[in-house]
Ligand binder design. Sequence first.
Ligand code: ATP
Ligand code: MG
Length: 554
Amino acid sequence: MDESPKESPRDFIRSIVAADLASGRHRAIVTRFPPEPNGYLHVGHAKSICLNFGIALETGGQCNLRFDDTNPEKESDEYVRSIQEDMRWLGFDWRDGLHFASDYFEALWQAARELVEKGLAYVDEQTAEEIRATRGTLTEPGCPSPWRDRPAAESLVRLDEMRAGALPDGACVLRARIDMASPNLNLRDPALLRIRRATHHRTGDRWCVYPMYDFAHPISDALENITHSTCTLEVEDHRPLYDWVVANVTLPSRPRQIEFARLELTHTVLSKRKLLALVQEGIVGGWDDPRMPTLAGLRRRGVPPDALRDFCERVGVAKANSVVDVALLEHCVRERLNPEVPRYMGVLRPLELVIENYPEDGEEWLDARNNPEDPAAGTRQVPFSRRLWIERDDFRQEATRKFWRLAPGREVRLRWAYFVTCTGVELDPTTGEPVRVLCTYDPATRGGDAPGGRTVKATLHWVSARHAAAVDVRLYDRLFLDERPGEDWRDRLNPHSLEVLAARPAEPALAMVAPGARVQLERLGYFCADARDSRPGALVLNQIVGLKGAAAKG
Ligand code: ATP
Ligand code: MG
């Protein structure tokens, strides 16, 4: 988006940034995106990435990628790799700003010692249970730990023992010494460091003390000279602690935390815990299953990255939590694909159509426009013959007032080909279902236009049976039945979220598209050639999104 300086800022965070530049408080803006490498990125992360990188791009500043890797048990290199890959796909570049909170473990350790020396932190020997029990409630103050006023020198000795591995997990914790009566529970002597024997994906077994988020985050921000540290609303109540850390530790800069509403999307979940469960329980095929709201899933499904960026821009940034309709994302995808992608014809649920007055062995190649929205897209040739496949839904034995497609006696247009009139139907003797529809064609309507301006109300897509290629098609629907699946999300899964249609007839040119290519199947929707499962001569199409309303009927 064009951001001329005169335009008023798009959201309250950009307003703050603009004001800080105007007042000279900051000469350059530095933001960061701080994922924890404990899962793949999802659409919610995309919102945060677009915000942080967007601000840096618009102000000529820098956005860092910092891995918030302070919980070794749940983190891994696989996630570190996937996050970088997904961010590049989305179109963002952190330049030389790649950082890891684990690179700051030593600095965090020094900060901990500094706080103890200043009398602002102490080693508490109470059990986790005791600490929880003495924290108080919203209406009652907490109860100070018996270790709260121990001499700093004593805490320092214990702190060194914690780091040296002399104490078992949970034996003690380092706590900030703030205010046990604070109305904000986060200020009631929160834990800063804890003992945890766990192998870290980068630092291995070098450390057995790990920092808490509230301690690591402000210090990491300050060490990177972050000016504006955005995060979601859940940590709003933690901001006084963020500010306390920044004010009391000797640091090169004073970053500011700003909270915004997290993105929620209908019919899916954006919690890493739930997404991980979907993967681990085999409910989906992996983090990149096209039904997943992960960036890897959306990419595999065929969603263009600029459509996702457009979506994030439209969602905007605000303070109020809201749930965004997934239809908005689908709209952005369609809007991006419609002018661009080539059209093809394929039939998902085939019914045979025989043109009785067409020569038995006749064949012709008809001109078809590659994209009616774009004359420059040119044409291709589509083979036509006596036996065609049409969509089962496009035929009914009895035409009603609302059904304008093929029915006995009814004339329709075959896209790019001819007008045909239905002359009869052969039924399956046991089920009564149509197995073959008979018709005649009007040779004077070649190309799909009748002389004298005769019109029809419907245009059908079709595939010549003799020339058809076979493609596998995967249709996707919402992963969850409910708009907002709650904690019982496992019971709310949509059993029809994936439908696999094997060996469907398609015009031969479709079988030649490259893996990863996006196409429109006329009247059906947008599809992407699955880059992993497609083989030469055996194309697999993932449905990206259907067509909208009327366009889908024709
Ligand atoms: P958790 O901390 O439970 O693992 P998280 O969703 O906070 O989950 P992080 O990896 O910490 O995951 O998130 C990285 C950044 O992305 C954070 O700054 C967070 O605020 C932001 N973020 C995460 N989820 C959303 C969301 N749904 N909408 C907007 N921003 C989000
Ligand atoms: Mg987080």
